[in-house]
Design a protein around this ligand. Structure first.
Ligand code: EPZ
Length: 423
């Protein structure tokens, strides 16, 4: 397993290119199952999760080719396909569950392994399955697989009221509804930019969708969808992560491709912490005003609230802020695993249930630490940038799921960081 070694204390200056969004691409790729025409994604990120989704779709019968160093994915799914998504692939990545809606819409049946829990929480699929059942699907759980069938071979439109604005459930139901008979309305839908990106791509394929980006989405089912070419939206979580980098080290970083509307709430928090964020022609420029950020309180919420996927990175920054901050994690039940690792580096964090209280310290010390999930791993690297001495982050396979070549992007702007491969 590889490790990443960071030596702290170096100021960062320059430009970092932000990639296409992992969480958009992982919803866009299953859309290829909805049509027999080719779907081409440009600006696709080069990540291990994309490889896993490619493996899953190929196991269902899709043909996928990557061009131009993986940033362009051309996918097409002709004729009859395999409708069983195997446990061995699905257990590696929860987003595999996003083939359920498209398979049901295209073939009228699907057998999809339940993804199982992961480090940050139980992550059930009840909102997905309740919505599909309202559309006429019968779904049974046998031997860890969801066995789904559409009554009469085709889903029908329904009015669906989500108990929680689930991102994945919104994506699954929206894709399923594009080919259903009649109109589907999703109330309390997720409003994330990745939902808007998926709806934009589906419309390019011929779907009739209105209201994406609001909490009420209406989909008028059609008989077939065509192909499309669609640019994957900028990754707002990678963007927020690199916006924080100069806060740990001093200096100024311009995140190329960043746009303010993707990170409005996050940028407002940075401003309250004493950090300048300005929109340039090409991206977002970030510089801290004083020597240390100020403490701020954070509560994670569905978009447009503060993103849970930036909570770990924000906690790392608040570890050396002036004052005491309170972070409340309302989306996942176990998303503070980075806290004990940051404490190993000298942070003062008190976790009680879904609340973490961080008392800022004026310096942190490098140490060997363990990555536990995707976003926790990058928060440890950021903390290493601001710490005295050397930080060794182990189990960086978590990192490679969601960040393209972190060590290259950070060393290009002055960080002393390298990957140690261990056979
Ligand atoms: C998406 O996961 C993202 N993943 C997550 O990013 C992100 O943290 C999450 O949305 C919230 O923004 C992808 O897009 C691939 P949810 P998803 O359904 O769709 C509960 C990352 O780091 N829930 O909005 O799984 C669930 O348990 C990853 O890139 C149910 O109870 O998130 C969780 O507590 C991590 N029943 C909450 O809702 C359901 O049927 C949010 O889940 C579905 C969800």
């Amino acid at each position: 397993m590889d490790s990443i070694v960071v030596k702290g204390g170096r100021e960062l200056n320059g430009k970092i290119h932000i990639a296409g969004a992992k969480n958009a691409a992982l919803a866009l790729m299953p859309a290829t199952l909805l049509s027999e025409e080719p779907l081409t994604l440009t600006n696709a990120p080069r990540l291990s999760d994309i490889k896993t989704m490619t493996e899953l779709l190929e196991s269902l019968g899709s043909e996928i080719s990557s061009l131009q160093d993986g940033k362009v994915q051309v996918m097409s799914t002709h004729g009859r396909i395999n409708t069983t998504a195997d446990y061995d692939i699905v257990r590696k990545m929860r987003a595999s569950n996003l083939v359920l809606g498209p398979l049901l819409a295209r073939e009228g049946n699907a057998i999809v392994s339940l993804p199982g829990g992961c480090a940050i929480g139980a992550r059930p699929m009840d909102i997905h399955t309740d919505g599909l059942e309202k559309m006429g699907a019968s779904i049974e759980l046998n031997d860890g697989y969801l066995h789904a069938k559409a009554a009469g071979g085709r889903l029908k439109g329904a009015v669906i009221d989500f108990p929680f604005a689930s991102v994945g459930a919104t994506e699954n139901i929206m894709m399923a509804a594009t080919l259903a008979k009649g109109t589907t309305v999703i109330s309390n839908a997720a409003r994330e930019p990745e939902i808007v990106d998926l709806a934009t791509c589906l419309r390019a394929m011929g779907a009739q969708i209105d209201g994406d980006g609001t909490s009420r989405i209406e989909i008028q089912g059609v008989d077939r969808l065509g192909g499309a070419t669609h640019p994957v939206v900028t990754d707002r979580i990678e963007l927020g992560t690199y916006m924080l980098a100069p806060v740990f080290t001093g200096g100024e970083i311009e995140c190329i491709g960043g746009r303010m509307h993707l990170v409005e709430n996050f940028a407002a928090k940075l401003d309250a912490a004493g950090i300048d964020v300005s929109e340039t022609k090409d991206g977002l420029k970030v510089k801290r005003r004083g020597d240390r950020p100020r403490a701020v309180n954070v509560k994670t919420e569905p978009f447009p609230g503060f993103p849970t996927d930036l909570q770990a990175q924000m906690m790392a920054m608040l570890c050396f802020a002036e004052g005491t901050s309170v972070l409340e994690e309302t989306i996942f039940e176990n998303r503070f695993m980075h806290a004990p690792e940051l404490v190993r580096m000298g942070a003062k964090i008190d976790v009680s249930g879904n609340t973490a209280t961080v008392t800022g310290v004026d310096k942190m010390k490098g140490a060997p630490v363990m990555a536990t999930d995707l976003r926790a791993s990058v928060s440890l690297i950021l903390a290493g940038l601001a710490s005295e001495g050397e930080t060794i982050v182990n189990r960086v396979y978590h990192l490679d799921r969601g960040y393209e070549h972190v060590e290259e992007k950070l060393s290009a702007v002055g960080a002393q960081i390298e990957r140690i491969s261990s056979k």
